[in-house]
Design a protein around this ligand. Structure first.
Ligand SMILES: Nc1nc2c(c(=O)[nH]1)N[C@H]1C(S)=C(S)[C@@H](COP(=O)(O)OP(=O)(O)OC[C@H]3O[C@@H](n4cnc5c(=O)[nH]c(N)nc54)[C@H](O)[C@@H]3O)O[C@H]1N2
Ligand SMILES: Nc1nc2c(c(=O)[nH]1)N[C@H]1C(S)=C(S)[C@@H](COP(=O)(O)OP(=O)(O)OC[C@H]3O[C@@H](n4cnc5c(=O)[nH]c(N)nc54)[C@H](O)[C@@H]3O)O[C@H]1N2
Ligand SMILES: [Mo]
Length: 832
């Protein structure tokens, strides 16, 4: 038994990398491998550890059924089984045989399912009547949406009045259906996902460097690598099972070196051999210096670069004067640490990189993420075991939003600017090419809200996301959603801050209550089956979208229904046909195959780009590329002129400071992010007792030096103000860089029965953040804003402001966060 609140990572199962003999053995064909002695070829695998948590009073013997599923609270793709007893979910258990987690589960997965059973689930549609939301039936609610849609679509301006804002948390089948409705039914370019806030930069960086989206690496790279670099990724709190794998390597023989780039002393940073606590917003300066150092020292693979890349000269020119000394000044980190990091990256044999929000949501996001790609290209570190690159995903199904085109992408990683790709889709859907909105770039999320603000978008359909807490500059977002002339549909499982502002609220079924597939950050597809019925009249998101298509009577060219599928598996088959021949080819990956466990796309390909051949062919690529500084799109002609012939692009850009930097009035830099215990706006984790109790309130992390200067002590109530708004929370004095404060963004207002700060003090981090985004990926800058801080009240007694497993308190007297008996989970390690 283990308290996974006190110890989120559980028991260590150390292991080492394969020996040279084992590596050779691993490359042999299966039949040969099987006759080798057992020690060879099998020892270097990550041991199995099965984690389980069941409701109090329920024993394993009481479980009626175990139903296959995968994690829905992060993008790691951990496979699990849902325990069902008496028609209810009563617990979860990791799947021992799965390639991703080998039985382990994240604390959010162990405890978070309890939200499914919460008594305050939405169970009936609601409509706004005389200013109030009142319960109604599906027919009335859908009837109102359809009537408004018809009126808008048939009137002047038609498709221009529709905006769809979806998620990274629905299933592949649901996204594909929504994508076809938007792109071929209504024909609007105003469709995006909250993936814009999450992994838009991951997609953008992969497209710019390699030609299309798609993660090159495999999680087994952790088993093989001799160096790990975590670029703005607090993996210990946000993908705990991946971190368990890394920690098990660190505790085993021949451990990999570890580099962390993060302004805070996270658990990752404390474990690292080199911690670069950069000033928020300066990633590109650091990256350019690292590239400079690699070139300067000759730490790159000249042959690989010549044969498989384009753009070396421009890159070399861009970083020519960008010395470690230069970057040390801008990033405010020691020169020798930059040099040490460069040496590890430049001389290791198998480099694994993961990139996430510290880069994606920071200044010059795409340019900085592309430099990580460059480090791998320069060293030829792609496509072989241990040479892994994850331009990480965050949300569990963000990869599918992108693949299926429920955001600003086209289904199957097709290119908006390639008429042949549009024609392919038109043939597939049997519609006229002109219906598919490709005459202008797709509208990104921030621009959709701008159009709603200006009144041109009149119907905004929000599914599985809570923008009234998660978008920047919340006062503005609340104002937009509350507008009289904007018809807002919210499809959710709880009464969120956003739902409170809706005209129609649709109650959805969620994970465990519906069937569908999703794909994690190493391209492993999992099937998650329906385990129990949804509460009340709640319906799956797929059924809701299908019902809308039916009521709107969308037709193809021959007058047949546009949507020709009716359930998850038929939707999946339609998607398989759409994906055929594209990088994310799902053909062969059937539901039946997935019932045996997770499988990577494309079938039989553990790593992409093994032969150094990239997806950059002009007829195949997903984009003709952009200028990383301005975001200006390159045209087809100039792209073809480069004759990529399967080579990757080494893209370059000079560093520029963030759009907002601290000054006299707002002298501190605010950055935001996550705790291990909460998921986003807490609609699920805030309803799981163990998780809710571990981090019940927001807090403000501040460095000891700043705290002393401002007269702030542990637990004191402080006020943080930016040019946009203010919040109040308790201070956690801890290891963050001087001049930087951190606030978790999880805390909205639903548990206070208000849709906004009301009379009380605000507490959402996004009251403070700014409306500004990366020029290429259009991902908002959540990680940098200028603020000031002042003390409101002194803490009374021993106050614990925040969980202690993250960024540790400077004051050793602060009590350690623990879950106690209610959080005891099972951990079963299979002994050899
Ligand atoms: N527990 C938990 N896990 C989650 C989620 C969750 O809500 N809770 N959400 C999931 C999702 S959708 C996502 S996208 C991922 C996000 O996973 P992460 O990206 O790991 O999480 P964040 O806390 O947003 O940001 C990571 C780190 O970036 C650092 N940082 C801030 N500014 C900068 C900067 O300018 N440069 C650098 N180098 N670092 C900076 C922060 O200090 C922070 O520690 O997590 C997924 N997993
Ligand atoms: N300041 C700051 N802001 C940030 C970030 C940050 O680091 N800092 N991170 C950004 C990132 S990376 C992300 S991913 C976003 C996340 O932001 P959001 O997407 O707004 O956060 P969630 O709370 O996950 O919202 C998902 C909603 O879907 C509902 N839901 C869950 N399952 C289902 C389902 O099956 N069907 C339906 N219809 N609804 C369902 C949940 O109840 C919840 O209301 O926040 C972004 N905002
Ligand atoms: Mo995310």
């Amino acid at each position: 038994m283990s308290d996974r609140i006190a110890d989120p990572w559980g028991r260590r199962t150390p292991y080492g990398p394969p020996s040279a003999a084992e590596r050779v053995a691993a490359s042999l064909p299966g039949p040969v491998r099987r006759v080798l002695p057992r020690e060879i070829g099998q020892r270097a695998t990550w041991p199995v550890r099965v984690d389980m948590f069941l409701e109090e009073g329920v024993a394993e013997a009481d479980v009626d059924r175990w139903v296959r599923a995968a994690s829905i609270l992060h993008s790691n793709g951990d496979a699990m089984d849902i325990a069902v007893a008496g028609g209810r979910i009563v617990g979860v258990r990791g799947r021992a045989g799965d390639r991703v987690n080998r039985g382990r589960l994240d604390p959010k997965d162990l405890y978070g399912w309890q939200a499914n059973n919460s008594p305050d689930r939405l169970t009936q549609p609601l409509v706004r009547q005389d200013g109030r939301l009142v319960e109604t039936g599906w027919d009335d609610a859908m009837g109102r949406i359809t009537a408004r849609s018809r009126e808008l679509l048939d009137g002047p301006g038609g498709w221009g009045h529709f905006g769809f804002y979806t998620s990274g948390q629905l299933y592949l089948e649901e996204y594909y259906t929504l994508g076809v409705i938007g792109k071929a039914g209504i024909g609007t370019p105003h469709m995006d996902g909250n993936t814009r806030l999450c992994t838009a930069t991951s997609a953008a960086a992969l497209k710019e460097s390699f030609g299309t989206d798609g993660q090159p690496g495999s999680y087994t790279d952790v088993d093989h690598c001799d160096a790990i670099a975590l670029w703005g990724h607090n993996v210990a709190e946000t993908q705990t099972v991946l971190w368990m794998r890394m920690l098990d390597r660190r505790r085993g023989p021949r451990p990999p070196a570890l580099i962390a780039v993060d302004p805070r002393q996270t658990a990752v940073a404390r474990e690292a051999d080199v911690h670069l606590a950069v000033r928020p917003g300066t990633n590109l300066a650091l990256m350019n210096a690292l590239v400079h150092r690699l070139l300067d020292k000759g730490w790159y693979d000249e042959r690989y670069v010549r044969a498989h890349t384009l753009g070396f000269d421009e890159l070399a020119e861009t970083v020519r004067d960008r010395t470690p000394e230069w970057a040390a000044e801008i990033c405010d980190v020691p020169v020798r640490d930059i040099e040490r990091a460069a040496e590890i990256i430049g001389t290791c044999r198998r480099l694994l990189s993961t990139v996430l929000q510290g880069f994606y949501q920071s200044n010059q996001a795409t340019a900085a993420a592309c430099q990580v790609n460059n480090l791998h290209l320069l060293r030829g570190m792609l496509g072989h075991p241990g040479a892994g690159l994850y331009q990480m995903n965050g949300q569990p199904t963000a990869q599918n939003t992108r693949e299926t085109g429920a955001d600003g992408d086209l289904p199957g990683m097709r290119n908006w600017d390639n008429p042949a790709h549009i024609d392919e889709l038109a043939r597939l859907w049997n519609v006229d090419s002109s219906v598919i909105p490709h005459w202008a770039p797709p509208t990104h999320a921030m621009q959709i809200f701008r159009y709603a603000e200006q009144g041109s978008i009149k119907l905004l359909w929000i599914s599985a996301t809570n923008p009234a807490v998660s978008l920047p500059d919340l006062a503005r977002i609340r104002r937009i959603l509350a507008q009289e002339n904007l018809f807002v549909v919210v499809q959710d499982i709880f009464m969120t801050e956003t739902a409170m502002l809706a005209d129609v609220v649709l109650p959805a079924a969620t994970w465990g209550e519906k069937t569908g597939t999703f794909t994690c950050a190493d391209r492993t597809v999992h099937l998650s089956d329906k385990a129990v019925d949804p509460p009340g009249e709640a319906r799956s998101d797929l059924d809701i979208f299908l019902d809308y298509a039916r009521r709107m009577d969308f037709r193809d060219k021959d007058g047949a229904p546009l949507i020709k599928w009716h359930d998850p598996e038929s939707a999946y088959r339609a998607w398989q046909a759409c994906s055929a021949g594209r990088p994310c080819d799902y053909t062969g990956i059937t539901y039946e195959l997935l019932r045996g466990g997770g499988v990577q796309w494309p079938l039989g390909t553990e790593r992409l780009y093994a032969g150094g051949r990239f997806n950059t062919d002009p007829d195949y690529c997903e984009t003709y590329g952009h200028d990383l500084v301005t975001g200006a799109a390159h045209g087809e002609e100039s792209y073809r002129a480069k004759e990529p012939r399967g080579r990757a692009f080494l893209k370059a850009a000079p560093y520029q400071p963030s759009p907002e930097v601290p000054g006299e009035e707002y002298p501190l830099t605010l950055t935001t992010g996550r705790t291990v215990y909460q998921f986003h706006t807490r609609t699920k984790t805030g309803r799981a007792p163990q998780l809710a109790a571990a981090a019940p309130e927001p807090w403000v992390e501040i460095s000891p030096a700043d705290a002393t200067e401002l007269g702030v002590g542990e637990g004191d109530l402080v006020r943080v103000e930016s040019p946009r708004g203010a919040l109040e929370a308790r201070a956690r004095v801890c290891g963050t860089r001087r001049g930087t404060v951190f606030v978790p963004f999880h805390y909205g207002y639903w548990d206070r029965d208000e849709s906004g700060p009301g009379d009380g003090a605000a507490r959402a981090a996004n009251e403070l953040t700014m409306t500004s985004w990366d020029p290429v990926s259009k991902q908002p800058i959540f990680k940098v804003a200028a603020v000031r801080l002042s003390k409101v009240a002194t803490a009374e007694g021993a106050v614990s402001a925040a969980p202690t497993v993250g960024n540790r308190p400077a004051d050793p007297r602060v009590p350690v966060t623990a879950g106690g008996p209610a959080a005891e989970a099972d951990e079963h390690v299979e002994e050899e």
